[in-house]
Design a protein around this ligand. Structure first.
Ligand SMILES: Cc1cc2nc3c(=O)[nH]c(=O)nc-3n(C[C@H](O)[C@H](O)[C@H](O)COP(=O)(O)OP(=O)(O)OC[C@H]3O[C@@H](n4cnc5c(N)ncnc54)[C@H](O)[C@@H]3O)c2cc1C
Length: 391
């Protein structure tokens, strides 16, 4: 039997659930079905994310995606409350500090800062003394300049996902525990999805929000995207000495640190990491790659107690590290994809959910124009890269 569902969202991670929420808030809840095979989200990127939220981008669209998202996250427990139950997002605005310790990156940082402030992000440009005055535990001997985004912070990514999901369900969205194994299409349109259970669902719109699995889903209609899973390891540790609340801090080493509970978490994105699913942890990675640059920047981290660590996978866009969003123009206008967020999707999820709502219900972007991030740039091999800080 064929069942009609007007809007099918494939993937119920933070993107799928934010899209479902925004569609529901616009009155379309009854038309939305989210297909998600794993309600525990064991292997999804969202719960394995570092939870960092930052407005430190150089492309205006990314800044605006972050600013809207911060607005939603700032009010999340109220917005997502269901019958008085709140998600406990734990959004801490401890700031984000990007340090340039090489002359060439200082130039890039300062020109990005001009764009950030012009676009409405609250970012202070600091010299070494300014950094030291605010964060005495940081080594600043080699700091040339730093951008300190005071509204940025971090949150519990699993709470973000489940907050959107529970609210969307409370508004009438259906979640189906199943996996999409095929997409029916004809005459240049997606007609519906085939599920692992054998059922078929017809649809007016098919929205692919499957993160690092998105290439597999695109392949079901013959669309090729340069996105693949890429392992990234995260490490939790506690400092043996007292330390002030630090912002998320990153310098030119690429190693980042942010406060988490009683301790901190750190990670490092190795752009040479091969693509593909890899759930192994490299035993000496923290000591070999992370600890040196970390203890250089925060000397008190010479003495730490390492705790748990975990792998996760970016939906790595090998073209330029940025989102690919929109319909498959000229080929399948009702097949919409948003993926390739690499390590910066959580901080954009509310705004991406709203953008999906606009594409589906309004026929185009109404708030932030994301046309430059469409699949066309992939087809035309025109990378759109962030300058400086990348995920
Ligand atoms: C280690 C790590 C650290 C990160 N740190 C940050 C950070 O600090 N800040 C930040 O902004 N971002 C960060 N990110 C990125 C961020 O986590 C992701 O961009 C975001 O979570 C992606 O959400 P998603 O819903 O697209 O993907 P996911 O959460 O992976 O969800 C995709 C869902 O699709 C489902 N699915 C797959 N195939 C199918 C199918 N065939 N049918 C139906 N469903 C399917 C999966 O089961 C999954 O639940 C990090 C990521 C990682 C891995």
């Amino acid at each position: 039997m064929r069942v009609m569902a007007r809007i099918i969202i494939i993937g119920g991670g933070v993107m799928g659930s934010s899209a479902a929420y925004h569609l529901a808030m616009a009155g379309a809840a009854a038309d939305v079905t989210v297909i998600e095979p794993d309600p525990t989200y064991e292997f999804a990127a969202t719960p394995r994310s570092s939870g960092g939220v930052r407005s430190l981008h150089s492309l205006p669209e990314n800044i605006h995606l972050a600013l809207y998202s911060q607005q939603v996250y700032g009010d999340f427990d109220t917005l997502m409350a269901v019958d008085g139950e709140v998600p406990h997002l734990g959004f801490r605005r401890h700031g984000y500090l990007n340090i340039a310790n090489k002359p060439e990156s200082a130039e890039i940082l300062e020109s990005a800062w001009k764009i950030q402030t012009r676009e409405g992000a609250r970012v202070d440009l600091l010299d070494a003394a300014g950094v030291k005055a605010r964060f005495p535990s940081l080594h600043t001997g080699d700091v040339i300049s730093a951008a300190n985004a005071i509204d940025d912070g971090s949150l519990d990514p699993y709470a973000a996902l489940t907050g959107f999901r529970k609210k969307a369900i409370s508004l009438g969205v259906a979640y189906r525990k199943d996996r999409v194994v095929g997409i029916e299409h004809s005459g240049g349109l997606a007609r519906g999805v085939i599920l692992a259970s054998g059922e078929k669902l017809a649809a007016d719109f098919v929205v692919n929000l499957t993160g690092a699995w998105a290439s597999e889903v695109c392949a079901m209609v013959g669309m090729k995207i340069p996105v693949e899973p890429m392992r990234r390891m995260t490490f939790y540790y506690e400092c043996r000495q007292d330390i002030e609340v630090l912002p998320t801090t990153r310098d030119d080493s690429g190693v980042s640190v942010r406060p988490e509970g009683k301790g901190f978490i750190s990670g490092y994105t190795d752009k040479n990491e091969p693509g593909g699913w890899n759930w192994e942890m490299v035993p000496d990675f923290f000591e070999r790659v992370i600890w040196g640059p970390l203890a250089h920047r925060v000397p008190k981290f010479e003495a730490i107690k390492l705790g748990r660590s975990w792998p996760g996978h970016y939906a790595m866009n090998r073209l330029d590290g940025n989102v690919i969003i929109g319909p498959w123009e000229g080929e399948m206008e009702n097949f919409i994809t948003a993926t390739g967020f690499s390590g910066a999707g959580l901080q954009k999820a509310p705004a991406i959910g709203r953008a999906i709502k606009e594409l589906v219900l309004d026929g185009g972007y109404r708030t932030i124009d994301l046309t430059r991030f469409s699949y066309r740039r992939v087809q035309e091999n025109r990378p759109l890269r962030e300058a400086g800080l990348t995920a």
